[in-house]
Design a protein around this ligand. Structure first.
Ligand SMILES: [Fe+2]
Ligand SMILES: [Fe+2]
Length: 182
């Protein structure tokens, strides 16, 4: 299996969530209401699965190894675009969290910001995924030997095993902020 295979499989799951966001944004525009449960799922999904787990492997393993190679100028330019889009995704989730917190504290003016962020996320991902799947991943594989591809695949698997523990370690740390007795 190529090290891009798990990444492409993850893309299919991200696309499923993007479809749900699209429906919710359309409904919100018609009704003026939003499901905060869904907003929480988007924050967790895009923040933890998309940004930390999926982009974590792309940047921390694939892009890191590619930087050691003499890549074509075209692929270098695409990789920079992809990295910038990863930054935009992270920034968007941070703003979504901020708007969600304001909204649940009673600031109804935060709703348009929530909708804007959801709209941005649903518009960012399809193009980003298509760029990786159709223009980037396969040509990148030409730069690696079979041994290097195998090592990356193994590193991705190790990364996945560790990520759940990192996420919940961070949640345990964050939970301390909400202690009633402090
Ligand atoms: Fe990506
Ligand atoms: Fe990706």
């Amino acid at each position: 299996m190529l090290p891009i295979a798990p990444l492409m499989i993850e893309h299919r799951l991200i696309e499923k969530l993007i479809g749900v966001i699209e429906n919710e944004v359309d409904w919100c525009e018609q009704s003026g209401n939003i499901s905060m449960e869904l907003v929480d799922i988007v924050i967790d999904f895009i923040g933890n699965y998309g940004d930390r787990c999926h982009h974590g492997k792309e940047e921390g393993i694939l892009f890191r190894e590619l930087r050691k190679k003499s890549m074509s100028a075209e692929l270098v330019a695409i990789m920079e675009e992809l990295s910038e889009e990863h930054r935009e995704s992270r920034a968007s989730v941070a703003r979504l969290v901020e708007a969600r917190d304001r909204y649940i504290q009673g600031d109804k003016m935060a709703l348009p910001e929530i909708v804007d962020r959801l709209r941005f996320i649903k518009s960012l991902y399809p193009g980003h995924i298509e760029k990786e799947d159709r223009m980037f991943f396969l040509p990148c594989m030409d730069y690696f030997s079979d041994q290097e591809k195998e090592a990356m695949l193994k590193e991705e698997s190790d990364f996945d095993m560790r990520i759940i523990h990192r996420i919940y370690r961070d949640k345990a740390q964050k939970a301390r902020q909400f202690l009633s007795c402090t």
